[in-house]
Design a protein around this ligand. Structure first.
Ligand code: FPP
Ligand code: MG
Length: 452
């Protein structure tokens, strides 16, 4: 019986309960509205139970014995037969020399070569022989305009964090750019996972192009927004074109479950945007509505792509669900910290004016918490801060309330849940996989400790 199979059998009793507790947006909302500490305790206990069962099932602790001969040894290549030819992952570039829990981990550095390679692929994927279309669709894929590429970084790290020996690219230069055409089915797992990272980034950029038209934005990624450069019509069509090209790549994966997950993301992005745009006064003051919208707009893409990465890696439903939980909670933690920074950040650090949400008529978590202390805020929320002085008054009341602190706590809770999901994965099968898990946890911490 394989290592993962033994582990999965051991975990079976506890895991469904935990997953049920973790996976609903309802649970997130309850966290937001007062039962947070209890919900977190319960989840930690459940994850703890899963891990205990996991250890008992295979007779080892997380790492004990399993990586002997790997940790600190001259060779990082595992001796397990099914990892034959897996040394490119066990001895990666980018400064990784073995697992040392105290050494700082740089998530972006681990994947920088692979990011460069998929950046090159994306530039090819979004070009067109129609000059105006090419100019528009290539705009945010040019060197220097690519942004932080957080989504591909998370997805590639997750792919490596969950390696179980099914990857076959170790010997075929998986860090080099894959020049195969988008419609051609990639032969191996890592290439398919890289394509998923491309798809997620292309969907993200498409959604930003559409969003900037809807918001009449002037800047994006330090550049003039595309809508200002080429007009609304071409900016929208460029977004559609990116989605079309992403769809061809998605089809090349020949995996209907993954296609379904990513199609669901598109639905969620549109739903979240329309929820925000059309909320009635009651919904505008509802934390449930707010958290659901945030999931749709911000967290669904990374949650569903994370699950897709796990499925493409050949992992079972339980591990895939943990990948989903990591992505979902990372996305929500990121969004809630964004809400905090919109109140307490600095214009120059953020690259955009603070209080942007209030000015756009959107009540985010700090305001919704503040309403509980200052009910007079309700009417301002319901009229989307449209009257003269509303933005300033709302800002004053939020500052006097616990709203910002409570939102920070909420972000921290989601950061903790993201970390707990990584910790609940079956034990890492290589020191490198473990290193990538540390990087994923580091990303979750950075999401809530950032100031921009
Ligand atoms: C940023 O919101 C926008 C999104 C995260 C998603 C927008 C989704 C759509 C416009 C629906 C269409 C979707 C596709 C796939 C074409 P924001 O305005 O709150 O953040 P910002 O400050 O980055 O603009
Ligand atoms: Mg916007």
């Amino acid at each position: 019986m394989g290592f993962f199979t033994r582990l999965a059998r051991g975990r079976r009793a506890a895991a469904p309960t935990m997953l049920a507790a973790m996976s609903t947006i309802g649970a997130v909302t309850r966290n937001a509205t007062g039962e947070s500490a209890r919900a977190m305790r319960t989840m930690r206990e459940r994850i703890g139970a899963v891990r205990t069962v996991g250890r008992r099932a295979n007779g080892e602790d997380d790492m004990g014995g399993f990586f002997d001969g790997v940790r600190g040894g001259a060779s990082n290549t595992t001796t397990k037969g099914r990892f034959a030819g897996f040394s490119a992952h066990a001895v990666p570039a980018n400064g990784f020399v073995g697992e040392d829990d105290s050494a700082p981990v740089n998530p972006f550095k681990i994947v920088d070569e692979e990011l460069r390679a998929i950046g090159e692929r994306m530039r090819a994927a979004v070009s067109s022989d129609i000059p105006a279309l090419s100019t528009a669709s290539e705009y945010f894929f040019k060197l220097g305009a690519e942004g932080k590429r957080v989504r591909p970084t998370v997805l590639l790290l997750l792919a490596s964090a969950m390696t179980n020996g099914v990857m076959t690219t170790a010997n075929v230069g998986w860090r080099e750019t894959d020049h195969a055409p988008a419609h051609q089915a990639p032969a191996d797992v890592r290439r398919r996972q890289q394509r998923l990272a491309e798809i997620a980034e292309m969907i993200h950029v498409a959604s930003l192009l559409h969003d900037d038209v809807l918001d009449n934005a002037a800047t994006r990624r330090g550049l003039r927004a595309l809508n200002l450069e080429v007009g609304n019509k071409l900016a929208i069509l460029a977004g559609d074109f990116l989605l079309a090209r992403a769809s061809v790549t998605l089809a090349s994966l020949r995996n209907t479950e993954v296609i379904e997950l990513l199609s669901r993301v598109l639905e969620h992005l549109v739903a979240g945007e329309v929820m925000q745009m059309t909320a009635n006064p009651e919904s505008l003051s509802s934390m449930d509505h707010y958290v659901k919208k945030s999931f749709y707009k911000t967290a669904s893409l990374i949650a569903n792509s994370s699950k897709a990465i796990a499925l493409l890696g050949g992992h079972g439903e339980e591990s895939a669900q943990l990948a989903y939980e990591y992505g979902k909670n990372l996305g929500l933690a990121f969004q809630f910290q964004d809400d905090v920074l919109d109140f307490i950040g600095s214009d120059s650090l953020l690259g955009k004016p603070t209080l942007g949400d209030l000015k756009e008529g959107i009540a985010t978590a700090p305001v919704l918490f503040a309403v509980e202390e200052f009910p007079e805020l309700s009417s301002l929320v319901e009229r989307r801060f449209k009257h003269t002085g509303d933005v300033q008054r709302a800002h004053e009341l939020v500052k006097q309330s616990q709203g910002i602190e409570r939102t920070k706590t909420l972000a921290m809770q989601h950061c903790d849940m993201a970390i707990a999901a990584i910790d609940a994965l079956p034990p890492a099968e290589s020191a490198y996989a473990n290193h990538c898990r540390r990087a994923l946890k580091e990303l979750a911490k950075r999401a809530v400790h950032r100031s921009k």
